[in-house]
Design a protein around this ligand. Structure first.
Ligand SMILES: [Zn+2]
Length: 340
């Protein structure tokens, strides 16, 4: 996304933008013909600017507060730093995420000692405030839990009883738990792997809908694995060639290959990630795109305003409005981004 924006910025310097207030050169989205209908399956996702913002609510615990010496500001800075880096991982996939709000308890109580990641996930869903600002609710803790947990493919689901034996009161929904967090947040520019950034990126990937890369759920027919780093899940299947190791939804950190942030989510998981965001009915596209000049490709925003556009092959997604006319090049500016 950064690369695209930079490129577009350079291009925009040559063509003056038409602002909303400039009368006489605007075309409203209503004037765009919605034909053919928007079909995400036909998109070339790697070139699609995604303007949908996925917001996160992060909650930590008293244990973590104490682990930072009772310094609430330090915990807040830690959470922000984590999501800043996770946002970079997602930005590399053209997905925008933002830490919308967080909660740091500074009094004891809440969670008992000795709970596992899955215990916490069930219970967290039952007590996290529905009105908490952020679509995905993540419990982030310094407790040693052995890893993390998430409800898979629950991005747009509402909280509901988990119906799991022995977990009466357990709830499921867009919830994840990330344990074993450490105090230091290493920028991805300084290290190609760190636990804090990996576990949050990985569990968030699950909530959005991604399975592990050693599961038989990738490839053109969703029946192949991406790598061999762990025992296959979902049956026995072929591995996609070329094998993409070390991606974020993998268990390659259990092998000598490790996980590399540079590898990102990989081709198929990345495409599924973008498709899931694009199809997520709960994510409101509240941005406005002001477009001018020669446009190319696919542009998504809630409100798109065009000015002196010349295009012969353009799809605009503005509340499912689509236009296709032909040629290439694009310049646009996204205003009022839902992500801060
Ligand atoms: Zn996982």
């Amino acid at each position: 996304m950064k690369g695209i924006l930079l490129q577009l910025t350079l291009f925009m310097a040559l063509i003056p933008l038409c602002r909303v207030t400039a009368q006489g050169c605007l075309m409203t989205p209503e004037m765009i013909v919605s034909d053919p209908p928007f079909n995400p399956a036909n998109l070339e996702f790697s070139k699609m600017p995604l303007d949908r913002c996925l917001t996160i609510y992060a909650e930590t615990d008293y244990f973590t507060y104490l682990a930072f010496g009772g310094d609430k500001a330090a915990v807040a800075n830690w959470l922000k730093a984590i999501y800043e880096q996770v946002a970079l991982i997602y930005a590399a996939e053209n997905v925008t995420i933002s830490l919308a709000s967080y909660y740091i308890p500074d009094t004891s109580g809440g969670w008992s000692d000795g709970l596992s990641a899955i215990d916490l996930m069930y219970q967290f869903g039952g007590v996290v405030k529905e009105e908490a600002n952020g679509r995905v609710k993540m419990f982030i803790t310094r407790r040693i839990l052995g890893g993390g947990n998430a409800w898979q493919n629950e991005l747009c689901m509402n909280s509901r009883p988990a119906n799991v034996v022995n977990y009466t009161g357990g709830y499921r929904g867009p919830y994840a738990v990330c344990g074993n967090m450490t105090a230091h947040v290493t920028p991805i520019s300084e290290s190609d792997f760190s636990w804090n950034i990996q576990v949050v990126s990985h569990e968030l990937g699950h909530v959005i809908g991604l399975k592990h890369t050693h599961s038989c759920s990738y490839g053109p027919n969703f029946d192949m694995a991406v790598d061999n780093c762990y025992t296959q899940q979902g049956g026995s299947c072929d591995v996609i060639t070329p094998v993409e190791n070390s991606t974020i939804m993998s268990y390659c950190h259990f092998t000598s290959l490790g996980i590399s942030f540079e590898a990102g989510f990989g081709t198929y998981p990345g495409n599924q990630l973008r498709a899931a965001i694009m199809n997520a009915s709960c994510l409101v596209m509240d941005e406005m795109a002001i477009l001018t000049g020669e446009l190319n490709g696919i542009i998504a925003a809630d409100s798109i305003i065009l000015s002196d556009v010349q295009a012969t092959n353009l799809i605009l997604k503005a509340n499912t409005l689509t236009i296709e006319t032909g040629e290439l090049y694009a310049t646009f500016e996204v205003m009022n981004s839902g992500c801060q």
